[in-house]
Design a protein around this ligand. Structure first.
Ligand SMILES: Cc1cc2nc3c(=O)[nH]c(=O)nc-3n(C[C@H](O)[C@H](O)[C@H](O)COP(=O)(O)O)c2cc1C
Length: 292
């Protein structure tokens, strides 16, 4: 299932595409207004945008260019009545993955969408504004694959959580994982004190949760303010709607560079909703938010 945005100046055309794709199990939002569509992509992890070339205020190629600035990994299908060579060429140059002829043919749109969603995402680092040079750090962020986790902890009555994709399994017997947490994080001292933590495995679509836990620090605020979190069996805070949790007992801490490796022995784990899939780390979702 993918998150798909449809933008067409005619509401009926939006509804027609939406009906076809919802039947295929996708989550579809539709807009007739360019600014609202752009705003939606700014705030949601949209996988694919389907854009009409002819719109009210801008043309589809201009919207494509804006969406690629905001989310370089977004996939795009252009809809066009009369594809001129120049428009199609310009759309492809700006990163469109395919185009479909109007009026929309149900089987054509279904097959183009599944084809485009199956294509590998190539994050073009040079698309990041102000990035004249791609650093080695940028290459690591875009070529190593990770999930996204909120490592939660409770210490001295405070609940807290830190966003980290730097998690891996370490050992079968005993079952162990490691997470890399900087000593600058409030969670670092809390995990050290409490001797345990939980990995909350975010589900696809929970980029907003990852951003919230990454952009605030428990030193300055209560990230759970107003919410009484559920608990894992070991008593760590459990976030809503996550794919799974893994409870860990801290068995070793190793200082490595500017982070610490927290080695956790797994004392419990559960998939909470097997219809979901884990969120995959994509640097373009957070690029401007990552601080040392
Ligand atoms: C995409 C992304 C990935 C991050 N990965 C890590 C990480 O692996 N380890 C870490 O210590 N901090 C990481 N951070 C930073 C923390 O999430 C952030 O500093 C958070 O505010 C710390 O909260 P705390 O001070 O309440 O512990 C990451 C931030 C972002 C945006």
């Amino acid at each position: 299932m993918a998150q798909i945005l449809v933008l067409d100046d005619v509401q009926e055309a939006v509804n027609a595409v939406r009906r076809v794709l919802e039947k295929r199990g996708h989550e579809v939002v539709g807009y007739t207004d360019e600014d609202e569509a752009i705003d939606h992509v700014n705030n949601h992890p949209v996988d694919l945008a389907i854009l009409d070339i002819k719109l009210k205020k801008m043309d589809g190629v201009q919207v494509l260019s804006r969406l690629k600035e905001i989310r370089p990994s977004i996939k795009v299908i252009m809809l066009t009545g009369y594809p001129t060579h120049a428009t199609v060429e310009e759309a492809m140059r700006l990163g469109a993955n395919a185009y479909c002829m109007k009026p929309i043919d149900r089987s054509e749109i279904e097959s183009k969408v599944s084809e485009v969603l199956a294509q590998e995402t190539h994050i073009e680092l040079l698309r990041y504004p102000d990035k004249a040079e791609v650093s080695t750090q940028d290459i690591l962020f875009s070529s190593l694959t990770n999930g996204v986790y909120i490592v939660t902890v409770q210490d001295q009555g405070q609940n807290n959580g830190v966003t980290t994709p730097w998690v891996t399994q370490l050992s079968f017997d005993p079952l162990m994982v490691m997470v890399a947490i900087s000593p600058l994080r409030k969670c670092h001292e809390m995990i050290t004190n409490s001797g345990q933590f939980a990995l909350n495995v975010l589900a696809s679509g929970q980029v907003d949760v990852a951003s919230r836990f990454a952009l605030t620090t428990g030193r300055e605020m209560d990230k759970f303010e107003g919410v009484v979190p559920q608990r894992t069996p070991a008593g760590n805070p459990l976030l809503s709607d996550v794919f799974a949790y893994v409870d860990c007992e801290l068995v070793k801490t190793v200082a490595v560079g500017d982070h610490s490796l927290f080695v956790g022995e797994v004392i419990g784990a559960e998939v909470l909703d097997s219809t979901l899939s884990p969120l995959i780390f994509d640097p373009s979702h957070y690029f401007w938010e990552i601080r040392p």
